[in-house]
Design a protein around this ligand. Sequence first.
Ligand code: NAP
Length: 251
Amino acid sequence: MAVSFDLTGRSAIVTGANTGIGQALAVALAGAGAAVLGVGRSGMEETASLIEGQGGHFEGFSADLGTIAPVDSIVDAALDAFGSVDILVNNAGIIRRADAIDFTEADWDDVMNVNLKSAFFLSQAVARRMIPQGHGKIINIASMLSFQGGIRIPSYTASKSGLAGLTRLLACEWASKGINVNAIAPGYFVTNNTTALREDQKRSADILARIPAGRWGNPSELGGAAVFLASDAAAYVHGTVVPVDGGWLAR
Ligand code: NAP
């Protein structure tokens, strides 16, 4: 039997698609044939031009995922644009750094709201469409902090560990309904999210020394895992958290 990674005719929602990992995932899914609705609070012109430049279809939708208010309108926008929602990538995420002893309620709530609460309620809204159509793929962007503790990022670790648990719960509830819920756990990638780490010479050197691949990741290197999980090739893959980490977790 031929294995298919082709996403022609599928539609995808990718949150946080203006930059970094979300942009790379949007480009990869579009490159495999999917029409993509990018969702975010910043302009997505660069992503649109990358996708349209390779002959793909991209629509942008402006929404702040700091609350769940826009969730239904995001799904409606995808349905209006493409007629269905086949793939959701919960990528939008933020990080706040401070010692646990000093961590504020605002830094707790802001991170949990974007990284976990909005991811759950957007998954719920999308699944309400996917269940009647009998198929769908949900891909959560987890982290090494879905497996490890880290330091100085308590709400980030809680949100990403929670997202791994949520991935497993949703897989258990929705696998029988034709929805594959999985996650990708990026290691250390060069994006805005890791600017502070890379500017801290000691932390940066410590991290680099621990990565078996000997370098930080490029966001485009996450595209293959996303296309796989979004495709028919992953039909029997449910509830996994796939590390793409240059070997970080193996050490
Ligand atoms: P990034 O460049 O900072 O991208 C974060 C994305 O999330 C941006 O598009 C950002 O939009 C969007 N976002 C943040 N808050 C939002 C909100 N309230 N509403 C809508 N969109 C919002 O960092 P990144 O590394 O690509 O991060 C993408 C995902 O990968 C995150 O979930 C992050 O935790 C995860 N991750 C990253 C790494 C890494 O090494 N870089 C490792 C593991 C996991 P704006 O540009 O408008 O802020």
